[in-house]
Design a protein around this ligand. Structure first.
Ligand code: FEO
Length: 167
């Protein structure tokens, strides 16, 4: 593989690790907000990103290139206002990942690197699912938002007074 292309893949290794840190922060935020289900989902997303980085690392090594792991220049961020914002930020992030893989695919095509084009195909397809997951999460949060508040309101409405000073 040409160094120019290998460097792009190496950069993506570090971007996948950066993605992993973003989702781990999101998992912590969800758990701190008592949204353990979303926390679990984001934790699995974190683990998936690590496997994406590993897949790239293994391919680079197979091609005789030694990957270099570095910190990403931006902080992964840890402050969110709502679960909806978490999902929206995630979707924006995955769109950036998709653009990066499209760029790598174009470069591989330009260099007639058919093996790398074949390798990158997996990620191009994976990004369809990655974006769809967050599109769906945003729609579902919007769908249940009002209904969820109503259900919670019903639960609070069922409280009855018990004079426990007499117990
Ligand atoms: Fe590895 Fe979420 O893209």
């Amino acid at each position: 593989m040409k160094k120019e292309l290998a460097d792009l893949l190496n950069s993506q290794v570090n971007f996948e690790l950066y993605s992993a840190h973003i989702y781990l922060n999101m998992s912590c935020y969800c758990r701190a907000e008592s949204l353990d289900g979303f926390g679990n989902w984001m934790d699995i997303q974190y683990q998936e990103e690590i496997t994406h980085a590993k897949k790239l690392i293994n391919y680079l090594l197979d091609c005789g290139y030694t990957p270099i792991i570095t910190n990403w220049e931006d902080s992964p961020g840890s402050e969110y206002n709502s679960i909806l914002e978490v999902a929206q930020i995630s979707l924006m992030h995955e769109k950036v990942v998709t653009e990066r893989f499209n760029y790598m695919m174009n470069k591989a095509k330009e260099l007639d690197d058919f093996a790398t084009m074949n390798f990158l195909n997996w990620f191009i397809n994976e990004q369809i699912e990655e974006e769809a997951n967050f599109e769906k999460m945003i729609s579902q949060i919007n769908l249940v938002k009002d209904a969820g508040l109503y259900l919670l309101d019903q639960e609070y409405a069922s409280r009855t007074f018990v004079d426990n000073t007499q117990e």
